[in-house]
Design a binder for this molecule. Structure first.
Ligand code: PMT
Length: 416
């Protein structure tokens, strides 16, 4: 079973509930984070998800039977328990939680959970009444007291039609929580990171504005990943509908000018700026206090004025160790991004082709190339959170390569 020193090894325990079908997606998210996965199914889980599908996405054959002589000869269950850096159980049914809480080891998964010393992450999924039952409450409390980390459950509509707590937390959130706990190296500890995200709005009158399709998702994912890597993060966000990542300071702005002021006020003393925002290049030359009437013919002679370039201003004046721009391109992506890298005097630029369906603006996934002085890094299509986590690793390496600032020269004592 190949494994290098940096990738994390995860036993993914899958219980027999309807949410087991989401384990395929969970494996994909964990693999984007470069984890190596061995799925372990309970007997009932195999009714909801096939070993063939799991093997295809995980790249390792799933295990399910304590008495499988061939599998045991390859890596015995005790060896497998020692191999794991983490055990993630998703979905964890009420029955599985009860067995785990009571130390019952009557199949491969529960035996592995007793034998391992790796941290255990448990994502419950069950009917609301089962979740709220005093027996389940006791079992969950006991598992927590034994050191397991509970992820969820989430609230919402369930497969059985009831509403309330009991839904399995989304696979992307499980993957991120596990990554934060076991893999996120504190590569940005002690650094101060600024991130801009989302669009800006340039108002013509109280009801009309110029803007673009940025949702803020890529920038928010970067802020989240930088915070998980130990940085002190400030996120300067244009108008978007996204929750603030935990532990991140958020400053909301609307126009490019507001974003410029918010960034410049915080850039000195920062270590890295990620300029992910899609800043409007132009604004209406004049703002009208009252709504313009349709028949006023302003539309045919709308004058625009160029907005100042925020990231170029930071690169020119703020002396940050690292300024990382983004480039949204629809053609000649690399050549255009390289021009922006040079024209704005950036240390690196991350380019995405926003003409490709399913990536770029307002999608869950992205595919990017990061260009910098010492080369380029290509990240194929994957969730924006995974892109962000991988970019953080790249940027931390670039930061580490920067020469240390010259020591301050002590003042020469005046001769008396
Ligand atoms: O928000 P999402 O829906 O998740 O989509 C993500 C994204 C596509 C917006 C993001 O990945 C991205 O590409 N962001 C940059 C978009 C952009 O405006 O590119 P640009 O080529 O126009 O600008 C180049 C760089 O200059 C960017 O870092 C931009 O923030 C910066 N800029 C641009 C104009 C300006 N007046 N000031 C700036 O600082």
């Amino acid at each position: 079973m190949p494994s290098d020193n940096t990738s994390k090894r995860i036993l993914l325990g899958i219980g027999g509930g309807i949410a087991a079908y989401k384990s395929i997606e969970l494996v994909r998210h964990l693999r984007f984070l470069e984890a190596e996965i061995v799925p372990v199914l309970t007997r009932n889980a195999a009714r909801f998800v096939t070993a063939t599908a799991l093997q295809a996405v995980a790249g390792n054959p799933p295990r399910s039977d304590l008495w499988d002589a061939a599998a045991e000869a390859g890596m015995g269950h005790i060896e497998l328990a020692r191999w794991a850096d983490a055990v993630v159980i998703a979905p964890a049914t009420a029955n599985l939680i009860a067995r785990l809480a009571n130390g019952i080891a009557d199949d491969l998964l529960t035996t592995l959970c007793l034998a391992t010393q790796a941290p255990r992450f448990i994502a419950p999924a069950m009917n609301t009444k089962m979740w709220e039952h005093p027996a389940t409450r006791r079992n969950v409390a006991r598992l927590s007291a034994d050191g397991a980390t509970l992820l969820g459950p989430a609230d919402g509509e369930q497969a059985c039609g009831e509403f309330g707590p009991g839904r399995m937390v989304e696979p992307a959130d499980i993957a991120t929580a596990v990554w934060r706990a076991i893999a996120a190296p504190a590569v940005l500890a002690g650094t101060k990171v600024l991130v801009t995200a989302g669009p800006t709005r340039e108002f013509l009158d109280p009801v009309r504005f110029i803007s673009n399709r940025s949702s803020g998702r890529q920038g928010f994912a970067l802020a989240e990943a930088a915070q998980a890597a130990g940085a002190d993060v400030t996120l300067i966000a244009g108008p978007v509908q996204l929750p603030t990542p935990a532990g991140v300071e958020r400053v909301d702005v609307v126009s490019a000018e507001e974003m410029r002021q918010a960034v410049l006020a915080r850039a000195r003393g920062a270590d890295v700026l990620f300029a992910v925002a899609a800043v409007a290049d132009y604004r209406p030359a004049q703002f009208h206090e009252r709504k313009l009437k349709k028949d006023e013919s302003w539309a045919t002679r709308l004058a625009l004025r160029e907005n100042p370039d925020i990231v170029a201003a930071v690169a020119a004046t703020c002396e940050l160790p690292l300024v990382v721009g983004f480039a949204a391109e629809t053609h000649d992506a690399l050549a255009n991004a390289r021009k922006k890298l040079n024209a704005k005097n950036l240390d690196a630029i991350v380019v995405n082709d926003v003409a490709v369906p399913g990536i770029g603006f307002d999608s869950a996934d992205n595919a990017v190339t990061m260009l910098h002085a010492s080369g380029e890094t290509v990240l194929p299509k994957m969730p924006k959170r995974a892109i962000a986590q991988r970019l953080i690793t790249e940027v931390a390496a670039l930061l580490a390569q920067r020469p240390a600032p010259a020591p301050a020269v002590p003042p020469v004592a005046a001769k008396g």
